[in-house]
Design a binder for this molecule. Structure first.
Ligand code: ADP
Length: 402
């Protein structure tokens, strides 16, 4: 197999205690290796990986292993005996959650760019510091390769001011950059290009609404291939209902929690980010599969969580008709969007007034990695398109290959 390896990009996605990696052919999307180091910084640090479709392998990392140790394990142990794969690297692509207004394109990482990513830490206090750890470790280990940052916020930088400015005192934007930035841009961008292909239209003439629905989730309005609005804001807390995040709420709830219930700011933050959403309503789980199981078992709270999730999502989609005008298609992606037939059926039913009619057979068929149209021939079009953020990162990084 190794003699036929094309040029590849090492894709790195660091969380605060995790590091996801993949070796991706940017021309075909083939993933030669995928893996995940978890529990970094803890005694039970471990790493798992899979070459292509082969079986998953696992190993314990030294107790307290950090991002550098995990990457060194990848280079020295996992890729040991795979010299062709090591030689195939043309770049390293790093996922970065927040690029603020500084970055709207894949960007070659220099010390200056590292400073820019540092400046954006207040916009992603958990993510950007972790990305910086991964970037520093990877630049040391793979010093001969170009390192490229691909920002989740970049695709949303085309939003007009009317979509990204909050109705707050304007100096908060001018002096403190308080505005809407969005997230999941890499995924919204990927499904936009795929939807254009499925519609047989040039991407710059494609008008769609994309719903990326995973543990976090966001909806974007895409006009002529460019993002004109998105549901996440200054942070990923705004927008639709998520696994543990509330999405949109009356801001005065914050005052109620503080003034009436005596919450401190940490408790408020924790409540809205980690105890709300599907978990908060159901009281059981943040996982959509668990919610669906609860609905099937007659659990009232799970049913309420499902109904609120679908209702608020459908309202967002409807509101983006204002942003887009004439919509060519609605696209579902992300773990929930790609797999949950009942959610898609419920949302399309609520959007009946916009001309959507579900095809139950097609909706049932579009699961587990299958893309497809899930509406009838006469209906407004809705697609399921599995996302591929690794491919977008690999392609962005490959532009800077030596
Ligand atoms: P992340 O945002 O962490 O990348 P994913 O995109 O993988 O997450 O989405 C995770 C969500 O997808 C979870 O809520 C999970 O329950 C849901 N999900 C995965 N498979 C299914 C399925 N078959 N049916 C319904 N929901 C699913």
């Amino acid at each position: 197999m190794e003699s036929t390896i094309n040029p590849t990009v090492l894709v790195v996605n660091c969380g605060s205690s995790s590091l996801k990696f993949a070796i991706v052919d940017p021309a075909t999307g083939e993933q030669y290796l995928t893996g995940l180091a978890e529990a970094l910084g803890l005694p039970e640090a471990q790493i798992s990986w899979r070459f292509g479709d082969s079986d998953k392998q696992k190993a314990n990392l030294p107790s307290g292993a950090n991002h550098t140790v995990a990457l060194a394990y990848l280079e020295e142990q996992i890729l040991e005996g795979k010299p062709e794969l090591m030689k195939s690297f043309i770049a390293v692509g790093h996922r970065v959650v927040a690029g603020g207004e500084l970055f709207s394109q894949p960007t070659l990482i220099t010390d200056e760019v590292v400073k820019g990513i540092e400046q954006c830490i207040p916009l992603a206090p958990l993510h950007n510091p972790a990305h910086l750890l991964g970037i520093a470790a990877a630049r040391r280990l793979f010093s001969e390769l170009p390192h490229v940052a691909i920002f989740d916020t970049a695709f949303h930088q085309t939003m007009p001011a009317k979509a990204y400015i909050y109705p707050l005192p304007y100096e908060l934007y001018k002096e403190h950059a308080v505005r809407r930035y969005g997230a999941h841009g890499t995924s919204h961008y990927y499904v936009t290009t795929e939807a254009a292909k499925m519609l047989g239209k040039p991407v710059e003439e494609t008008n769609i609404i994309t719903a990326h629905l995973g543990n976090g989730g966001s909806v974007s309005a895409i006009k002529n291939g460019q993002c004109v609005d998105t549901s996440m804001g200054l942070t990923p807390l705004e927008g639709i209902v998520m696994g543990t995040r509330s999405g949109d709420i009356d801001p005065s709830i914050v005052f109620f929690l503080a003034d009436t219930l005596g919450y401190n700011i940490e408790q408020v933050r924790d409540t809205l980010n980690k105890k709300s959403g599907l978990l908060g309503i159901s009281g059981k789980t943040s996982d959509f599969r668990g919610i669906l199981e609860g609905v099937d078992a007659g659990d009232e709270q799970c049913k309420l969580a499902f109904d609120i999730y679908c209702y608020r999502l459908a309202k967002y989609i409807a509101s983006y008709y204002v942003a887009v005008g004439k919509v060519d298609a609605l696209v579902f992606t992300g773990g929930i969007g790609e797999n949950s037939m009942p959610m898609r059926a419920a949302v399309l039913k609520m959007l009946e007034g916009f001309g959507y009619v579900e095809s139950p057979e097609a909706n049932a068929a579009a699961r587990f990695g299958n893309s497809g149209l899930i509406t009838t021939a006469e209906s407004a079009k809705a697609f399921v398109i599995p996302t591929n953020e690794e491919l977008v990162i690999a392609q962005g990084a490959a532009k800077f290959a030596k």
